[in-house]
Ligand binder design. Structure first.
Ligand code: SF4
Length: 230
């Protein structure tokens, strides 16, 4: 595993659990608002944290750390992701995977083998606007496959959208609400601009403005919430 970051304790990254977070390198998207630009654009410049160092820490914390969140970059690009998760499972840890959903075959394989306990998948935009917000040309049928797979399955999951004023309109959310119809949990995440993102200078909606999008999801998604902005 190409692991470049390890946060030993978080109460935020894994809903309801004391968890650790692992940051993998590389991504197949180039979202302009990405806060992990170094991991995405130049992962080889980042120091690697040996897998054994992380596993040894988690062994010592057995009974205290309840889960591990694997994020990135895009973790599904890691060839040995499955083997690594098996090692976490041997430590009785719950595993949450953060993914952009562009590798449905990887998600399906991990779920089939009961290796995941929670998936957080980005739904960045309506499918017809996805290329702009992902910063690359995409085959959006792969995203749709992941979305439909999660909605039809039993595994706890959430969809989330980082909301950018320059990209997202009321119409975007109307289309997203149709795309994720039947999902249990959806989060609208506030965006905070920073010089460290891939394309600085993007703008955000206020909390009040974001609240106006919530009724669009009524009757389509069970629970919709705004997070990361007040
Ligand atoms: S998918 Fe995630 S990690 Fe990859 S570029 Fe977009 S925001 Fe960054």
């Amino acid at each position: 595993m190409q692991i470049h970051g390890f946060n030993k304790t978080t109460l935020l990254d894994y809903p309801g659990l004391v968890a650790a977070t692992i940051f993998t390198g590389a991504c197949n998207f180039r979202c302009p608002y990405c806060h992990n630009a170094d991991l995405v654009l130049n992962p080889s410049s980042q120091p690697i944290i040996p897998e054994e160092e992380i596993l040894s820490h988690l062994r010592k914390r057995k009974g205290i750390t309840q889960g591990v969140c694997i994020t990135g970059g895009e973790p599904t690009l890691q060839k040995d992701l499955k083997d690594f998760i098996k090692k976490l499972k041997e430590l009785d840890l719950k595993v949450k995977l953060d993914s952009n959903g562009y590798k449905p075959e990887v998600l399906k394989d991990l779920v089939k083998d009961n290796l995941l306990d929670y998936i957080a998948m980005d739904v960045k935009a309506p499918l017809d606007e996805y290329d702009v917000i992902a910063g690359v040309k995409l085959d959006t049928s792969k995203l749709k496959e992941s979305i439909d797979f999660l909605i039809a399955g039993d595994l706890p999951f959430e969809f989330r959208t980082t909301v950018i004023k320059d990209f997202h309109t009321r119409e975007s959310f109307e289309k997203i609400s149709e795309l994720i119809k039947g999902a249990k949990n959806y989060y609208l995440q506030g965006y905070i601009d920073s010089p460290n993102v891939i394309q600085p200078g993007l703008t955000s909606y206020t909390y009040e403005e974001m609240q106006e999008f919530l009724p669009i999801f009524e009757g389509k998604v069970e629970h919709v919430e705004i997070r990361g902005v007040e």
